[in-house]
Design a binder for this molecule. Structure first.
Ligand SMILES: [Zn+2]
Length: 422
């Protein structure tokens, strides 16, 4: 146990402000206690003048995209979403080997930790380095001190042999750790694979994590091939019957599809910056509000940035306000808690060195969150009761060493990608 001395603690739901010392228990699913006195000889971190609040969780990430930063554009310029996948991301994920996966996961976990994100829900693909890929990512995240809920992106896009390897990797990993069954998207998953994935989710009391109607192409293909819309198809196969199911994006939905989702147990994850980057459309949360949380879709690991973007952009396209968007940021904790996933209890905290020209109060907290806060203000991060970031520096690993490793692996990956596997 260790203590935060003289904290200005802000409750992440009520914004109630309390000046207190905080006793922090170490371990998964442990709590914090507000105390008036700190025992002698206790380990203490003085946080006088700093804001302390609950850390963040990212609802949809792709750690494998970490080495893409700064890489060359593909030789053919993608003209639409399908070509972005084909020329960029499917070429990248086919080029990954084990060391590149490890480097991506370490770099992502460090970025997440420093941005106060202590839990990451990840969606991974590496069709030609599939076996043990989830364990490599888990090990890297755990080394840094970031909790996780992983899945392998099963898809028929590279043939049924690789589909089966994806199913096997998912099952082998579920035997060891909390996880979801990942599927790429309706347009690359045939009926047989869909059936097998749902069966596996049932068998392990898990859920499905899938991209849904990210682009109009997903709906058009599904209508043409399966004579039904994406959500109607997924619903008919039982994908939406799980409390643990995550539907990523959900941009192009009919009224009936919104109705089906709103009546289901499934959750929806919004990734607004990625949608803008891919020019696929704008998220609208109507009828789904209680089920929405936020992700980064591999763009970065900064949930403050994503939440601010969801507000600034969202006001132009849907009926929202600051309260609603902030609630979406925090809904992921509900998802993790009702499903009894480990690693997101109250002993996950951030300490902000937030210098403001105006007073911070219970009433105006959201004004500060949206117009003032930056992940650069995060001075300390506590994950499962352990201090993983202290004075803006990661404590659990050597960041310099990791970036030297990831730079080397990035160069290998970029050169491998010149062989164009599309
Ligand atoms: Zn995604």
């Amino acid at each position: 146990m260790f203590f935060l001395k003289n904290a200005t603690y802000i409750d992440s739901e009520t914004f109630e402000i309390r000046n207190t010392h905080i006793a922090i228990q170490k371990g998964k699913n442990k709590d914090i206690l507000f105390v008036n006195e700190i025992p002698k000889n206790a380990t203490v971190l003085d946080v006088s003048g700093k804001i302390v609040t609950q850390s963040f969780a990212c609802g949809h990430h792709h750690a494998y995209s970490a080495l893409a930063r700064g890489m060359d554009a593909p030789p053919k310029i993608p003209k639409n979403f399908y070509q972005i996948l084909k020329y960029v991301w499917w070429n990248l994920d086919k080029s990954l080997d084990k060391n590149m996966i490890k480097a991506s996961a370490l770099a992502t976990a460090v970025a997440a930790a420093k941005a106060g994100v202590t839990f990451v829900i990840d969606h991974h693909a590496s069709p030609f380095a599939l076996k043990d890929s989830l364990s490599i990512i888990a090990e890297a995240f755990e080394k840094v001190g970031v909790s996780h809920l992983l899945c392998y992106e099963i898809s028929d896009r590279d043939g049924l042999e690789i589909t089966n390897l994806g199913l096997e990797e998912s099952q082998a990993y579920l035997e060891k750790k909390q996880a979801l069954i990942g599927l790429h998207a309706s347009f690359t998953v045939g009926n047989q694979t869909l059936r097998k994935a749902v069966k596996l989710a049932e068998q392990y009391d898990s859920g499905i994590h899938i991209h849904v109607a990210e682009d109009k192409y997903d709906q058009a293909y599904t209508l043409r091939k399966h004579k039904t819309r994406v959500i109607e198809r997924l619903s008919a196969f039982g994908v939406l019957n799980f409390n643990k199911t995550i539907l990523a994006h959900c941009l192009h939905l009919s009224d009936n599809e919104r109705k089906i989702i709103s009546k289901s147990k499934a959750w929806v994850v919004e990734n607004i910056e990625s949608n803008l980057n891919n020019k696929v459309g704008f998220f609208d949360g109507q009828k789904l509000e209680k089920q929405i949380f936020l992700g980064t879709d591999g763009m970065h690991s900064d949930m403050i940035k994503s939440t601010q973007a969801a507000f600034f952009i969202g006001q132009n396209f849907e009926n929202i306000n600051q309260q609603l968007i902030y609630k979406r940021l925090r809904n992921v904790h509900k998802y993790l808690n009702i499903n009894n996933f480990e690693g997101d209890s109250t002993n996950n905290l951030i300490v902000l060195d937030y210098k403001s020209p105006t007073p911070v109060t219970k009433q105006n907290f959201l004004g500060h969150f949206f117009y003032g806060f930056s992940s650069k203000d995060i001075q300390h991060v506590i994950s499962d009761g352990k201090l993983i970031v202290k004075d803006f520096e990661i404590q659990t690993v050597d960041e310099k060493e990791i970036f030297e490793f990831s730079k080397k692996e990035a160069e290998k990956l970029w050169s491998e990608m010149q062989n164009f596997k599309f």
